[in-house]
Design a protein around this ligand. Sequence first.
Ligand code: ZN
Length: 45
Amino acid sequence: MQMISPVEFFRSLPPKKCTECGENIVEQAESYLMECDRCLSKRDE
Ligand SMILES: [Zn+2]
């Protein structure tokens, strides 16, 4: 039996993409965000 460590699990995930423009999202502390900084700032207007 092989155990996959949480680190390996997250590494195998594809990079997150913005749901608005499809741009890759750089992982940040606020990883619940599904949109890139650009689209998020557009939303605030
Ligand atoms: Zn975006």
